[in-house]
Design a protein around this ligand. Sequence first.
Ligand code: DHB
Ligand code: FE
Length: 285
Amino acid sequence: MARISASVYSSHIPAIGVAIDQNKTQEPYWAPLFQGFEASREWLKDNPPDVVFLVYNDHATAFSLDIIPTFAIGTAPRFEVADEGWGPRPVPDVVGHPEFASHIAQAVIEDEFDLTIVNHMDVDHGLTVPLSLMCGKVDAWPFQIIPFAVNVVQYPAPLGRRCYRLGQAIRRAVESFDEPLNVQIWGTGGMSHQLQGPRAGLINREFDNAFLDRLIADPEDLAQMPHIEYIREAGSEGIELVMWLIARGAMGDGAGGPAPRVVHRFYHVPASNTALGHLILEDKG
Ligand code: DHB
Ligand code: FE
């Protein structure tokens, strides 16, 4: 059967993608941030997955305000790279896993989470920046990827506790696939940031670090946090953090097993207008 071996969490700040693409990673502003991912890239080389189930949010790239799916699973064989603002990044297209994605869609829907199935979808910085941070510059991404888009752009966004439970359902779905695939689940977005209005530029280190503590030690309790607290403490775009609860819900302790092992934890400010957070958890269940 397929199994989930680890979860990875990372912000997806678009300026990071530009820094990588324009070879600015050694500049004084960026160097400390990229140093925080050196251990992660080594770890990924030593622990290569077959498939990454990549939870991210689309930023009005694939979906406009015409159609706003709450949870959308990419079932295509290939996903093209697109982006707003700076334009498509010069990174490889994403190769999917239609058979496995379709299996997960069926299993999760029969587990009472109604997903939108997407057979054609371009992917933006929400997905490509975490890939670049973890893989560096590559000619092809070294694993297949199932993009899983969550609406955190237009209200109402899904609740944290629904995201956590969805992660538990995704684990069950993965484990019912009859092929020996090594699967990682990644949760992306965050941490505290607000890009608009009078509080633009808001960063809250204390909240972010407490979020990481609770995500590691007591995710069920963290999942109860109401939306208003994300907005108040982490800014309007801080709501992206609910996506981390999907990845965390897919760890073994959410299914009654042992807690995951913390492999790496990193937090860095400044990165554009956003606090960058990063965590790797190895599954022990
Ligand atoms: C920015 C955009 C994002 O989508 C995000 O999550 C963080 C930062 C930005 O434009 O700086
Ligand atoms: Fe974003």
